[in-house]
Structure formats: C-alpha cells, structure tokens
Design a protein around this ligand. Structure first.
Ligand SMILES: *[C@@H]1O[C@H](CO)[C@@H](O)[C@H](O)[C@H]1NC(C)=O
Ligand SMILES: *[C@@H]1O[C@H](CO)[C@@H](O)[C@H](O)[C@H]1NC(C)=O
Length: 298
C-alpha cells in the first residue's frame, strides 16, 4: 500500500516536471568561443530541445562583426523547411543537420567573419527558455605584406621617419625595424596603433645610409619589407639642386632675350619718331641707350 502510494507520488512528480518543460524550448551552446585560422572551415554549434513537432521550426543565425559592431546581419535562416542565406555568404555557409540541430558550417573563413554569433530558435507554440544562444568567433590570420615608407629630408643634419604599415594581422603583430648594413642593428620602434610602427632618425649623417628592414610577425607567420636610405651632404649638389640651377640659368637667358627685344623695339620706335621730327624726346634716349646695352652684355 505504502509502496504504491510512493510510486504514484513519484510518477506524478515526474509527470508534472515533464509538463512544466513541455511548453518550453531550450537552446544550449556547446561552446561559447571558437578560434579558426583564416581559410579553414568551422562549425558553429547550437543545440535545442523541444517537445513539439518541428513543422513550425524557425532558426535564425545573426552576426555582429567585431570590425563593425553597429551593423549586425543575418547569416542564415531556416523557416518552414526553407533555408535562406545571406547573399554575401552563399556557398560558404550551410546548416549541418537541420532540422534536428541548428549547427552551421562556415567554409573558407575570412577575418571579416569574426564576431558574435547568435542562434535564435523558436518552435511555436513553445516559448523559448531561452531560445537564444551566443558564441564568439575569432578568425586568426598571419600578417599581410607590410608597406615600408619614409618621410622627411635625407640631407645631412635633418630628420627622417621610417614607417611600416600592415593591413591585416590577427592576433596583433610585433613590428621590428632593423638596419641591415654594415651590421644588423635593431632600432627603437614607436607604435602608432596596432598595425603601424615608425622609427625616427634625427640629425642624419652618411652613416645612416643603407638598407633597412621592417619585420611584421605573429605566431602564424612573418613578412618583411625593405627601404634603402641615401643620405647626401648639402655641399655636393643633389640632382634636385642641379635642376634648380639649370632652371635659373634658363630663366636668366629668357630675361636677357626679352631685354634685348625691348631695347630693339625702343630703338626702332625712336628711329620712326626721328623721321617724324620729334627731336626733343629722342636726344635724351640716345644718351642712355648705349650704356644700358653695354652693361647688360658684360
Ligand atoms: C563546406 O565544405 C565542405 C568540405 O569541402 C563541403 O562538403 C560543404 O558542402 C561546404 N559547405 C558549404 C555550405 O559550402
Ligand atoms: C649632428 O651630428 C654631428 C655629427 O654627427 C654633430 O657634430 C652635431 O653636434 C649634431 N647636431 C645635433 C644638433 O645634434
């Protein structure tokens, strides 16, 4: 008698707990953070538990990219037996085992795929408890080819800044600058953000001439770029200065030609005036013109 009552009570308890959960759908994420190397595939796991038939199952995956958190987007959805992908991801994203699981595969990953993914599952008339799961995906990438630039003046005594910029590297790279000739010397790097490293050289001398290398590395790889610095002395004219001298010379020549032309026009005008009989004005000019001419040709 006591045994039967206990069994009944236990059964009632079990039944009530089943009924309590019957009306709710629960989503569980088997992991909350994932890492993948750019180019590899990754499965974003999302499991759900429901007691209702799956005829009205609806699954939506959204992404809030780390690179652009203000524009979340829909990655893929399952609704009434149909799959709808983000047009930008067609061919790269797909459900793995729908409708039994909400997992998706992301093929050929890119750094821009990194972000917070949310898996939203509903199966009316059940209510979600919660019907949402979340995970963060990091996409790692070796450094891309950096760019070496220089700015400043390469004349002895002035300052030069070497800059190394890399477009992409996850995790954040280490940037190093070395002078390679005649022996390898590491230089102090000033980081501007995570992807730019500069070296300032003040009061440059001939000893600063030579080949410089910037190395950008993270645990996935290393990339280099090079720059050759040629410091010249202000005493020996550089090609730029020579050009300037040539330009001044040719301008002086043009001025001279113009002067001769003006004088010649003046003189022929005077001759005409003489013929017209205007003697007074002409006498003044006769006195000055020859000296002017002589001086300009000395
Ligand atoms: C992802 O790649 C795997 C293996 O290459 C392939 O079987 C699968 O169909 C691809 N999925 C999508 C959505 O492109
Ligand atoms: C620049 O370098 C030269 C020789 O390298 C040195 O004599 C001079 O004092 C330096 N000038 C400054 C401002 O540091």
């Amino acid at each position: 008698m006591g045994y039967t009552a206990g069994l009944l009570l236990r059964t009632a308890c079990l039944l009530s707990s089943v009924l309590e959960h019957a009306g709710t759908l629960r989503v569980t994420m088997r992991t909350h953070s994932l890492e993948v190397v750019q180019g590899d595939a990754v499965i974003l796991p999302c499991s759900f538990f429901t007691m209702s038939p799956l005829s009205r199952l609806n699954i939506v995956w959204t992404l809030t990219p780390f690179s652009d958190p203000r524009s979340p987007k829909q990655v893929i959805a399952y609704d009434h037996g149909q799959v709808i992908e983000d047009p930008a991801l067609i061919g790269r994203v797909g459900f793995v085992d729908v409708p039994w699981r909400a997992d998706v595969v992301l093929n050929n990953t890119r750094v821009s795929d990194a972000g917070t993914y949310r898996c939203v599952v509903s199966n009316p008339p059940e209510a979600g408890d919660p019907g949402i799961g979340q995970l963060s995906l990091s996409v790692l990438a070796p450094p891309s080819l950096p760019m070496c630039l220089w700015d400043g003046d390469t004349v002895v005594g002035s300052s030069v800044t070497l800059t190394c910029v890399v477009e992409q590297s996850v995790p954040v790279p280490e940037i190093q600058w070395n002078k390679l000739e005649p022996e390898q010397i590491p230089l102090p790097v000033n980081m501007l953000g995570d992807l730019k490293g500069t070296v300032s050289i003040h009061n440059v001398s001939a000893q600063n001439s030579g080949l410089y290398r910037c190395s950008v590395s993270n645990h996935l790889g290393i990339q280099n770029c090079y720059i050759s610095l040629n410091v010249y002395s202000a005493l020996s004219p550089s090609p730029g200065i020579l050009q300037g001298v040539l330009l001044s010379l040719s301008m002086a020549f043009i001025l001279l030609v113009l002067l001769v032309l003006v004088l010649w026009l003046h003189r022929s005008g005077r001759k005409r005036k003489w013929q017209e009989g205007e003697e007074e004005e002409c006498y003044n000019e006769i006195r000055y013109t020859p000296t002017l001419l002589r001086r300009s040709f000395v």
